[in-house]
Design a protein around this ligand. Sequence first.
Ligand code: ADP
Length: 286
Amino acid sequence: MIPTELSTHLTETLDLEIKDTQPLSGGSINQAVKLSTNKGDYFLKWNRSAPDDFFEKEADGLKRLRDAKSNLQVPNVISTGKPEPGRPGYLLMEFIEKGRTGNSFEFGQKLAKLHQTKAEQFGLEMDNYIGSLPQSNRQCNDWTEFFTQERIDPQIKMAVDSGKMDAGINQNWNRLSSKLNDIFPATTPSLLHGDLWGGNYLFDSSGNAVMIDPAVYYGHPEMDLSFTKMFGGFSAEFYSGYESESPLEPGFSERVPIYNLYPLLVHVNLFGGHYTSQFKSILKNY
Ligand code: ADP
Protein backbone atom coordinates (compact mmCIF):
# COMPACT_ATOMS: atom_id res chain seq x y z
CA MET A 1 0.00 0.00 0.00
CA ILE A 2 2.71 2.53 0.95
CA PRO A 3 5.41 2.65 -1.73
CA THR A 4 8.21 0.35 -0.52
CA GLU A 5 10.88 3.06 -0.88
CA LEU A 6 8.85 5.30 1.42
CA SER A 7 8.29 2.72 4.15
CA THR A 8 11.99 1.79 4.02
CA HIS A 9 12.91 5.46 4.34
CA LEU A 10 10.62 5.95 7.35
CA THR A 11 12.00 2.85 9.02
CA GLU A 12 15.60 3.94 8.40
CA THR A 13 15.27 7.61 9.35
CA LEU A 14 12.77 7.40 12.21
CA ASP A 15 13.20 3.87 13.41
CA LEU A 16 9.54 3.20 12.73
CA GLU A 17 8.37 -0.36 12.60
CA ILE A 18 5.18 -0.24 10.53
CA LYS A 19 2.64 -2.72 11.90
CA ASP A 20 -0.46 -1.77 9.94
CA THR A 21 -1.68 0.74 7.37
CA GLN A 22 -5.23 1.86 6.88
CA PRO A 23 -6.15 3.88 3.77
CA LEU A 24 -7.92 7.19 4.44
CA SER A 25 -10.27 8.70 1.92
CA GLY A 26 -11.43 12.28 1.65
CA GLY A 27 -8.34 13.93 0.24
CA SER A 28 -8.48 15.09 -3.34
CA ILE A 29 -4.78 15.54 -4.00
CA ASN A 30 -2.64 13.04 -2.17
CA GLN A 31 -2.76 9.45 -1.02
CA ALA A 32 -3.14 9.12 2.73
CA VAL A 33 -3.00 6.37 5.36
CA LYS A 34 -3.16 5.87 9.08
CA LEU A 35 0.09 4.21 10.10
CA SER A 36 0.18 2.00 13.15
CA THR A 37 3.76 1.63 14.34
CA ASN A 38 5.88 0.58 17.30
CA LYS A 39 5.83 4.27 18.33
CA GLY A 40 2.09 4.81 18.00
CA ASP A 41 -0.24 6.01 15.25
CA TYR A 42 0.70 8.52 12.55
CA PHE A 43 -0.91 10.16 9.55
CA LEU A 44 1.10 9.80 6.35
CA LYS A 45 0.39 11.33 2.97
CA TRP A 46 2.40 11.24 -0.20
CA ASN A 47 2.28 12.27 -3.82
CA ARG A 48 4.47 11.16 -6.71
CA SER A 49 3.81 14.20 -8.86
CA ALA A 50 3.93 16.98 -6.26
CA PRO A 51 6.44 19.80 -6.72
CA ASP A 52 9.66 19.45 -4.67
CA ASP A 53 8.68 21.90 -1.95
CA PHE A 54 4.97 20.94 -1.78
CA PHE A 55 4.96 19.16 1.60
CA GLU A 56 7.58 21.49 3.11
CA LYS A 57 5.25 24.40 2.37
CA GLU A 58 2.33 22.57 3.95
CA ALA A 59 4.43 21.86 7.05
CA ASP A 60 5.52 25.51 7.13
CA GLY A 61 1.87 26.63 7.04
CA LEU A 62 0.94 24.27 9.86
CA LYS A 63 3.82 25.61 11.93
CA ARG A 64 2.76 29.23 11.38
CA LEU A 65 -0.77 28.39 12.53
CA ARG A 66 0.58 26.58 15.58
CA ASP A 67 2.94 29.45 16.48
CA ALA A 68 0.14 32.01 16.24
CA LYS A 69 -0.94 31.22 19.82
CA SER A 70 -4.62 31.36 19.03
CA ASN A 71 -4.95 27.94 20.71
CA LEU A 72 -6.27 26.55 17.45
CA GLN A 73 -4.89 23.07 17.13
CA VAL A 74 -2.97 21.76 14.16
CA PRO A 75 -1.35 18.33 13.88
CA ASN A 76 2.26 18.11 14.93
CA VAL A 77 4.53 17.52 11.92
CA ILE A 78 7.01 14.66 12.40
CA SER A 79 8.87 14.84 9.09
CA THR A 80 8.61 15.77 5.44
CA GLY A 81 10.53 14.58 2.41
CA LYS A 82 11.07 15.85 -1.09
CA PRO A 83 10.47 13.44 -3.93
CA GLU A 84 13.60 11.43 -4.72
CA PRO A 85 14.09 9.03 -7.61
CA GLY A 86 11.86 6.09 -6.72
CA ARG A 87 10.39 7.75 -3.62
CA PRO A 88 7.43 10.16 -3.51
CA GLY A 89 7.39 13.41 -1.55
CA TYR A 90 5.66 12.88 1.79
CA LEU A 91 4.40 14.43 5.02
CA LEU A 92 4.26 12.47 8.26
CA MET A 93 2.32 13.91 11.16
CA GLU A 94 0.44 13.24 14.34
CA PHE A 95 -2.69 11.17 13.79
CA ILE A 96 -5.84 12.95 14.97
CA GLU A 97 -8.50 10.60 16.30
CA LYS A 98 -11.78 12.02 15.04
CA GLY A 99 -14.66 12.70 17.44
CA ARG A 100 -18.34 12.64 16.57
CA THR A 101 -19.00 16.31 17.45
CA GLY A 102 -17.08 19.32 18.61
CA ASN A 103 -17.18 22.75 20.12
CA SER A 104 -18.01 25.00 17.15
CA PHE A 105 -18.44 28.16 19.24
CA GLU A 106 -14.90 27.79 20.59
CA PHE A 107 -13.62 27.03 17.08
CA GLY A 108 -15.08 30.36 15.90
CA GLN A 109 -13.53 32.21 18.83
CA LYS A 110 -10.13 30.68 18.15
CA LEU A 111 -10.30 31.53 14.45
CA ALA A 112 -11.02 35.15 15.39
CA LYS A 113 -7.96 35.05 17.66
CA LEU A 114 -5.89 33.61 14.82
CA HIS A 115 -6.97 36.58 12.71
CA GLN A 116 -5.63 38.89 15.41
CA THR A 117 -2.12 37.71 14.43
CA LYS A 118 -1.07 40.62 12.26
CA ALA A 119 1.69 41.53 9.81
CA GLU A 120 2.79 44.74 8.14
CA GLN A 121 1.89 43.62 4.63
CA PHE A 122 -0.57 41.38 2.83
CA GLY A 123 0.98 38.20 1.44
CA LEU A 124 3.87 36.20 2.82
CA GLU A 125 7.61 36.16 2.37
CA MET A 126 7.27 32.97 0.33
CA ASP A 127 4.87 31.47 -2.17
CA ASN A 128 3.02 28.27 -1.38
CA TYR A 129 0.18 26.14 -2.75
CA ILE A 130 -3.60 25.99 -2.61
CA GLY A 131 -4.60 22.40 -3.20
CA SER A 132 -2.09 21.39 -5.86
CA LEU A 133 -1.98 24.84 -7.51
CA PRO A 134 0.74 27.42 -6.96
CA GLN A 135 -0.30 30.39 -4.81
CA SER A 136 1.65 33.61 -5.22
CA ASN A 137 2.08 35.64 -2.02
CA ARG A 138 4.04 38.65 -3.28
CA GLN A 139 3.75 41.12 -0.43
CA CYS A 140 1.97 44.43 -0.85
CA ASN A 141 0.35 47.14 1.25
CA ASP A 142 -3.07 47.16 -0.30
CA TRP A 143 -5.67 44.39 0.07
CA THR A 144 -7.53 45.16 -3.18
CA GLU A 145 -4.27 45.09 -5.11
CA PHE A 146 -3.25 41.82 -3.43
CA PHE A 147 -6.63 40.19 -4.07
CA THR A 148 -6.62 41.29 -7.70
CA GLN A 149 -3.01 40.68 -8.66
CA GLU A 150 -2.04 37.72 -6.48
CA ARG A 151 -5.31 35.84 -6.19
CA ILE A 152 -7.67 36.40 -9.14
CA ASP A 153 -5.43 37.48 -12.05
CA PRO A 154 -3.07 34.45 -11.93
CA GLN A 155 -6.00 32.01 -11.70
CA ILE A 156 -7.83 33.66 -14.62
CA LYS A 157 -4.62 33.51 -16.64
CA MET A 158 -4.24 29.81 -15.82
CA ALA A 159 -7.85 29.13 -16.84
CA VAL A 160 -7.51 31.05 -20.11
CA ASP A 161 -4.11 29.48 -20.93
CA SER A 162 -5.51 25.99 -20.41
CA GLY A 163 -8.59 26.72 -22.52
CA LYS A 164 -11.07 26.45 -19.63
CA MET A 165 -12.22 30.03 -20.18
CA ASP A 166 -11.89 32.44 -23.06
CA ALA A 167 -9.96 35.69 -22.74
CA GLY A 168 -13.18 37.73 -22.91
CA ILE A 169 -13.67 36.94 -19.21
CA ASN A 170 -11.03 39.57 -18.41
CA GLN A 171 -13.40 42.32 -19.50
CA ASN A 172 -16.08 41.23 -17.00
CA TRP A 173 -13.49 40.81 -14.27
CA ASN A 174 -11.97 44.27 -14.92
CA ARG A 175 -15.41 45.80 -14.57
CA LEU A 176 -15.75 44.30 -11.08
CA SER A 177 -12.13 44.76 -9.98
CA SER A 178 -12.34 48.52 -10.61
CA LYS A 179 -15.05 48.69 -7.91
CA LEU A 180 -13.33 46.56 -5.28
CA ASN A 181 -11.75 49.45 -3.39
CA ASP A 182 -15.24 50.64 -2.49
CA ILE A 183 -16.49 47.14 -1.68
CA PHE A 184 -13.83 45.72 0.68
CA PRO A 185 -13.84 47.21 4.19
CA ALA A 186 -10.46 48.50 5.38
CA THR A 187 -8.39 46.02 7.40
CA THR A 188 -4.86 45.25 8.50
CA PRO A 189 -3.24 41.99 7.31
CA SER A 190 -4.35 38.96 9.38
CA LEU A 191 -2.86 35.49 9.43
CA LEU A 192 -5.29 33.25 7.52
CA HIS A 193 -5.67 29.50 7.18
CA GLY A 194 -6.19 30.30 3.50
CA ASP A 195 -8.21 27.24 2.43
CA LEU A 196 -10.77 26.91 5.19
CA TRP A 197 -13.52 24.86 3.61
CA GLY A 198 -15.36 22.17 5.60
CA GLY A 199 -12.95 19.39 4.59
CA ASN A 200 -9.97 21.19 6.08
CA TYR A 201 -10.79 20.90 9.76
CA LEU A 202 -11.82 18.03 11.94
CA PHE A 203 -12.95 17.67 15.52
CA ASP A 204 -10.70 15.47 17.62
CA SER A 205 -12.00 13.00 20.20
CA SER A 206 -12.12 15.77 22.83
CA GLY A 207 -14.23 17.98 20.55
CA ASN A 208 -11.44 20.44 19.72
CA ALA A 209 -11.24 21.77 16.17
CA VAL A 210 -8.02 20.80 14.40
CA MET A 211 -7.07 22.61 11.19
CA ILE A 212 -5.37 20.79 8.33
CA ASP A 213 -4.23 21.54 4.75
CA PRO A 214 -3.57 25.27 5.12
CA ALA A 215 -2.59 27.71 2.36
CA VAL A 216 -1.46 30.44 4.78
CA TYR A 217 -0.78 34.10 4.08
CA TYR A 218 -1.70 37.45 5.63
CA GLY A 219 -4.95 38.69 4.18
CA HIS A 220 -8.41 40.06 4.86
CA PRO A 221 -10.08 38.06 7.66
CA GLU A 222 -13.32 38.06 5.65
CA MET A 223 -11.50 35.91 3.11
CA ASP A 224 -11.22 32.93 5.53
CA LEU A 225 -14.80 33.44 6.69
CA SER A 226 -16.06 33.46 3.10
CA PHE A 227 -14.24 30.18 2.38
CA THR A 228 -16.21 28.58 5.22
CA LYS A 229 -19.39 29.42 3.27
CA MET A 230 -18.19 27.94 -0.01
CA PHE A 231 -19.50 24.42 0.66
CA GLY A 232 -20.96 24.75 4.17
CA GLY A 233 -19.89 22.51 7.05
CA PHE A 234 -19.69 25.29 9.68
CA SER A 235 -22.53 25.71 12.15
CA ALA A 236 -24.30 28.86 13.37
CA GLU A 237 -22.40 28.49 16.70
CA PHE A 238 -19.12 28.77 14.81
CA TYR A 239 -20.09 32.23 13.49
CA SER A 240 -21.48 33.29 16.89
CA GLY A 241 -18.16 32.29 18.45
CA TYR A 242 -16.26 34.29 15.83
CA GLU A 243 -18.47 37.35 16.35
CA SER A 244 -18.12 37.13 20.13
CA GLU A 245 -14.44 38.00 19.55
CA SER A 246 -14.59 40.04 16.32
CA PRO A 247 -17.96 41.36 15.15
CA LEU A 248 -18.43 41.24 11.38
CA GLU A 249 -18.59 44.44 9.37
CA PRO A 250 -22.02 45.29 7.94
CA GLY A 251 -22.66 43.85 4.47
CA PHE A 252 -20.37 40.84 4.92
CA SER A 253 -22.87 38.40 3.33
CA GLU A 254 -23.00 40.44 0.14
CA ARG A 255 -19.19 40.37 -0.13
CA VAL A 256 -18.90 36.58 0.32
CA PRO A 257 -19.39 35.73 -3.40
CA ILE A 258 -16.65 38.21 -4.31
CA TYR A 259 -14.04 36.70 -1.95
CA ASN A 260 -15.16 33.26 -3.09
CA LEU A 261 -14.29 34.03 -6.70
CA TYR A 262 -10.85 32.84 -5.62
CA PRO A 263 -11.75 29.31 -4.42
CA LEU A 264 -14.17 29.11 -7.33
CA LEU A 265 -11.36 29.82 -9.80
CA VAL A 266 -9.16 27.30 -8.03
CA HIS A 267 -11.94 24.76 -8.64
CA VAL A 268 -12.20 25.86 -12.28
CA ASN A 269 -8.49 25.18 -12.69
CA LEU A 270 -8.52 21.90 -10.77
CA PHE A 271 -11.79 20.43 -11.99
CA GLY A 272 -13.36 22.68 -14.69
CA GLY A 273 -16.96 21.67 -15.39
CA HIS A 274 -19.82 23.54 -13.77
CA TYR A 275 -17.46 25.70 -11.68
CA THR A 276 -16.64 27.60 -14.85
CA SER A 277 -20.25 28.59 -15.54
CA GLN A 278 -20.74 29.44 -11.85
CA PHE A 279 -17.76 31.79 -12.00
CA LYS A 280 -19.05 33.49 -15.14
CA SER A 281 -22.55 33.96 -13.74
CA ILE A 282 -21.25 35.54 -10.50
CA LEU A 283 -19.17 38.02 -12.51
CA LYS A 284 -22.23 38.87 -14.59
CA ASN A 285 -24.18 39.75 -11.42
CA TYR A 286 -21.78 42.60 -10.78
P1 ADP B 1 -5.38 16.00 0.73
O1 ADP B 1 -4.11 16.74 1.08
O2 ADP B 1 -5.22 15.04 -0.39
O3 ADP B 1 -6.56 16.93 0.54
P2 ADP B 1 -6.13 15.46 3.46
O4 ADP B 1 -5.02 16.13 4.18
O5 ADP B 1 -7.39 16.25 3.37
O6 ADP B 1 -5.69 15.05 2.00
O7 ADP B 1 -6.41 14.09 4.17
C1 ADP B 1 -7.19 13.01 3.70
C2 ADP B 1 -8.10 12.47 4.81
O8 ADP B 1 -7.37 12.25 6.01
C3 ADP B 1 -9.21 13.43 5.17
O9 ADP B 1 -10.36 12.64 5.42
C4 ADP B 1 -8.76 14.08 6.46
O10 ADP B 1 -9.86 14.41 7.30
C5 ADP B 1 -7.91 13.02 7.09
N1 ADP B 1 -6.78 13.61 7.84
C6 ADP B 1 -5.97 14.62 7.44
N2 ADP B 1 -5.00 14.88 8.33
C7 ADP B 1 -5.20 13.98 9.35
C8 ADP B 1 -4.52 13.74 10.59
N3 ADP B 1 -3.43 14.43 10.95
N4 ADP B 1 -5.01 12.76 11.39
C9 ADP B 1 -6.11 12.04 11.03
N5 ADP B 1 -6.77 12.22 9.88
C10 ADP B 1 -6.34 13.18 9.04
